[in-house]
Design a protein around this ligand. Structure first.
Ligand code: NAG
Ligand code: NAG
Ligand code: NAG
Ligand code: NAG
Ligand code: NAG
Ligand code: NAG
Length: 564
């Protein structure tokens, strides 16, 4: 008993001595590299003992301990870990801030720009909606139209720019279209239609200080198409570079560094996103120039990986000049009898290895009477006649819209116009594209069948479509018919009374976006997004997140777009 007690006290004594010894070492400071030997509120003391960190990039270290040690280094001290780390942090952080000669980051971020505020007048219905249109030299727009014969090697584009870009009037013997408002419209003329609609916009201003947005009426698509297949390929960049030079010099540019500017190009984004100087690479550089990145760029197919790129509908053949024409058409499309389950118009793409076109055509053929096929081969003219196409879509419940050379197709809009429910195989064909024009909930107006399942023979289109209940079909079709006014471009020589067409919806979208940007600039926010964030733009805009998503495999990026 006594022996145990003595051993106990002996243990206590030894422990005490050891503690005293360790504390002595700690306060003497002779064994540590970074030993803080005095109360931690003495600044000068630390200045002498803490390594010079002023050469470190402050931006890289915000909120973390400057790397005096590698994270795994052992510090020869019994206070290792836990509290000690906190200690170091408290000690070192104030130090780095005081050493840094100009803590520039925070200052730049909060530099406010109240001068960007545009005057708002509650009594003026155009207040906050004024648009200033740049008066561009004519070689950027109207001259291109004057030389319409040189626009395409394969066809005469001149008829298509007649009627302010609507094209020749469409006469149909078999009543596929209504009497008024139908034209043979080319799919690449949106920039002309848009410009002509803009001339009628009710809130134009010549006073750019009042303008909520600045429109740049450059015909970028018609410009580049002259040189896309040409041997003189470097000409592709000529006018787009000259245009950027021109707008950058204007006082309007300097106000918001172009962030209130917008432009429409009636071709797919990939025609303007050449990333290299290589002569044989596709497209020009219009949309990759630093100035363009500050503008809102509208195209008929946007890049899912770029945040300033917005898709607007392809033009269809219907250009109503009154609400009544739209209502009448919607009424017809609701009542029409549809005898075919689904249909497809298009050609196979044997050169594209991921194309599902052949599988689609095969499935259509094997569905026999349930599917109508309109083969669009270069030799056959069937597809060029808009009434063939519309007739087929009007008699079908579903219309298949697989990607072609790129994700999107004009056919999507033709099918909506015909009241035919679109079936998509890639989310890039519509859902992440026409965010202003289509409902976010894509199940309400379309069917999604993942293209990879079709490719692998796992998806039987006939079976999937025939299992959709009648009630759901009716509800989806009603939603499709309601989309019609918003996807057509009204006749630019008149305007709809109450309905908003594709142009109106686009202008609303642009004004809202620029308004948000202006507010952020007034607050002094940094508008440059990181590359990683921009890559995920399709998710951010559609779902508000940038984390992993089941659709990720659809958006593995091909940086250069090269059609075969
Ligand atoms: C700290 O380092 C920077 C650059 O590395 C140098 O300019 C500065 O004179 C140094 N300060 C002291 C106190 O050594
Ligand atoms: C600490 O980690 C680095 C890299 O992770 C390694 O090279 C180094 O040897 C490690 N040091 C110690 C002391 O473990
Ligand atoms: C802007 O100025 C032009 C040329 O002076 C004029 O033709 C046009 O009507 C003006 N527009 C507006 C909205 O004031
Ligand atoms: C783009 O905008 C930013 C401000 O947000 C500005 O600093 C930058 O200079 C602009 N780029 C060009 C090319 O004007
Ligand atoms: C697809 O489903 C339909 C109806 O269920 C069936 O008749 C057809 O044989 C199927 N096709 C394939 C390729 O399995
Ligand atoms: C703005 O943010 C970008 C990306 O996050 C960054 O690279 C850039 O340095 C920031 N600019 C400023 C002035 O803070």
């Amino acid at each position: 008993m006594v022996g145990t007690r003595i051993r106990f006290w002996y243990f206590i004594l030894v422990s005490f001595v050891v503690w005293i010894f360790l504390l002595a070492i700690y306060f003497s400071g002779h064994d540590g590299d970074v030993v803080i030997s005095k109360p931690i509120n003495s600044d000068e003391k630390f200045a002498a003992e803490i390594p010079n960190t002023s050469g470190m990039e402050e931006t890289e270290h915000r909120g973390e301990i400057p790397k005096l040690y590698p994270a795994n280094a052992t510090i020869d001290n019994f206070f290792i870990g836990g509290e000690w780390d906190k200690y170091l942090q408290q000690v070192v952080l104030p130090k780095t801030e005081s050493v840094d000669p100009n803590p520039k980051i925070d200052q730049v971020v909060v530099e406010k720009h109240p001068e960007l505020e545009i005057p708002l007048d509650p009594g003026d219905s155009c207040s906050g909606k004024y648009i200033y249109v740049h008066d561009l030299p004519t070689h950027f727009n109207s001259d291109i139209l004057k030389h319409c014969r040189s626009l395409s090697k394969w066809m005469d584009m001149c008829p298509f720019i007649s009627n302010m870009g609507l094209g020749p009037q469409l006469q149909s013997s078999d009543k596929v279209v209504s009497n008024e408002g139908w034209y043979e419209t080319n799919q690449f003329v949106v920039e002309v239609l848009f410009h002509n609609r803009m001339k009628q916009y009710k809130c134009l201003t010549n006073d750019s200080s009042k303008a909520a947005a600045v429109f740049v009426p450059y015909y970028g698509g018609l410009d580049v198409v002259r040189y896309l297949w040409d041997s003189k390929r470097m000409m592709r960049d000529h006018y787009s570079m000259a245009l950027i030079q021109w707008i950058r010099e204007k006082p309007e540019w300097k106000r918001m560094w172009g962030r209130d500017h917008f432009m429409v190009a009636g071709r797919i984004s990939w025609d303007f996103r050449r990333l290299t100087e290589k002569d044989d690479h596709w497209g020009n550089k219009l949309m990759v120039l630093p100035e363009s990145k500050n503008m809102t760029m509208l195209t008929i197919e946007s890049s899912p990986w770029n945040e300033n790129d917005f898709a607007i509908p392809y033009p269809t053949d219907f250009h109503p000049s009154s609400d009544a024409q739209v209502f009448e058409w919607q009424h017809r499309m609701r009542k029409i009898r549809r005898r075919t389950l689904f249909s497809f118009a298009g050609a196979p793409r044997p050169n594209l290895k991921n194309s599902i076109r052949s599988e689609i055509i095969q499935q259509c053929k094997s569905a026999r009477r349930k599917c109508q096929l309109l083969g669009c081969h270069p030799s056959s003219k069937k597809c060029d006649d808009p009434s063939n196409l519309l007739k087929m879509f009007q008699s079908s419940i579903f219309c298949l819209q697989p990607p072609g050379d790129s994700y999107t197709r004009r056919s999507t809009f033709d099918s909506i116009l015909a009241g035919c429910i679109p079936v998509f195989f890639h989310p890039g064909s519509a859902y992440v594209q026409y965010l202003w024009h289509f409902p976010k909930d894509f199940t309400k107006y379309s069917v999604f069948i993942p293209g990879d399942e079709v490719k692998e023979g796992k998806a039987n289109i006939t079976r999937i479509l025939s299992r959709i209940s009648r009630r759901r079909v009716v509800a989806m079709r009603e939603q499709v018919v309601r989309l019609i006014p918003g996807i057509v471009y009204a006749d630019p020589r008149s305007s709809l009374e109450t309905l908003e067409d594709a142009f109106d919806i686009t202008v609303d979208g642009v004004l809202e976006r620029i308004d948000g940007i202006r507010k952020e600039m007034i607050q002094g926010k940094n508008l440059t997004v990181s590359e990683e964030e921009e890559e995920s733009n399709w998710k951010k805009t559609m779902f508000g997140t940038i984390g992993p998503h089941p659709w990720d495999h659809f958006f593995i990026r091909e940086r250069e777009w090269n059609p075969q």
